[in-house]
Write a protein that binds this ligand. Structure first.
Ligand SMILES: C[S@@+](CC[C@H](N)C(=O)[O-])C[C@H]1O[C@@H](n2cnc3c(N)ncnc32)[C@H](O)[C@@H]1O
Length: 276
């Protein structure tokens, strides 16, 4: 029998070993109770199966598994996204590139490309906010694309999904008013890959298996061939990569090259514009 069987949910909330927010999330997930019901039904005892589920969830969290993988979802840009270990967990920092893209995507049926879509966080948020735009999202991982397709459907967003190694599957005559990407940018062997949530995330979403700039270089190099005149390229990158990405953009002939800071004041996104 599970140790917590028969424990009132209110008491379980305060005795679980995680931080208060995580205790609450896992208790809701194991019981199906809402946050409000945890309060209004605080004396309700945990059934044996609920207690067993809860204890298994807590054990996974104590082993370091990210809470988003345990509950299978994460909120991003006000929408619910399914996540699994096939996709990077969408980060709050990435909302910056969505905001910048929304400010720059022309009105009407503008074309947007999200490269390395993962869960679909950027593409689905954009298509949801701009249903008049034509959004294409690509990824080299078929497993990620399956998750992204479900996220588009669940959020009522229309996105064209494409399995592709960066630009490889795009037609030579395709053009976009804006290309956005949050590619893998952690250098091979970086100590962060063996720490925290990153240990559980797909390695191909995190590292370029090189110096951290390999995917960014490929995307910058190919972008002029797929951008409409005056089109924007926006790239998320690592905390120490802004100057290097600006240099890549300038060397490839982009104008209006600059970086933007995230909420922590770190230059998180860099971009530039193709001459009109
Ligand atoms: C850092 S994750 C970003 C996921 C999502 N866009 C986000 O911001 O949460 C990078 C994504 O790029 C994809 N990727 C890696 N190499 C790729 C390649 N050669 N071509 C296309 N996509 C690639 C990975 O599968 C992963 O989904």
């Amino acid at each position: 029998m599970a140790i917590l069987s028969g424990t009132p949910v209110g008491a379980a909330l305060t005795t679980l070993p995680l931080d208060p927010l995580e205790n609450r999330i896992l208790l809701c997930h194991a019981t199906g109770l809402t946050r409000i019901q945890l309060i209004t039904q605080s004396e309700r005892p945990l059934a044996d199966d609920e207690a067993a589920r809860l204890e298994a969830l807590v054990a996974r969290r104590l082993a370091g598994e990210p809470i988003a993988y345990i509950v299978g979802k994460r909120e991003f840009f006000g929408l619910d996204f399914e996540v699994s270990d096939a996709v990077l967990i969408p980060r709050p920092d990435t909302e910056l590139i969505v905001e910048l893209a929304l400010e720059r995507l022309p009105p009407g049926d503008a074309r947007l490309l999200d490269m390395g879509t993962g869960s679909g966080a950027i593409a689905v948020s954009m298509a949801h906010a701009r249903p008049d735009a034509r959004v294409t999202a690509l990824d080299v991982s078929e497993a990620a694309l399956a998750v992204a397709r479900r996220n588009a459907a669940a959020n009522g967003a229309t996105v064209r999904f494409l399995p592709s190694d960066w630009y490889a599957a795009l037609g030579a005559d395709e053009r976009f008013e804006l290309i956005a990407s949050n590619p893998p940018y952690i250098a091979a062997g970086d100590a962060h890959l063996a720490q925290g949530d990153l240990r559980f995330e797909p390695v191909g979403a995190l590292t370029d298996h090189a110096d951290g700039l390999a995917a960014l270089r490929t995307i910058v190099a190919g972008a002029p061939g797929y951008l409409a005149d005056g089109g924007w390229l926006l790239l998320e990158h690592g905390y120490d990569q802004a100057a290097a990405v600006r240099a890549l953009l300038a060397a490839r002939g982009f104008s209006e090259v600059r970086s933007w800071q995230d909420l922590a004041g770190i230059e998180r996104v860099s971009g530039g514009r193709l001459a009109a």
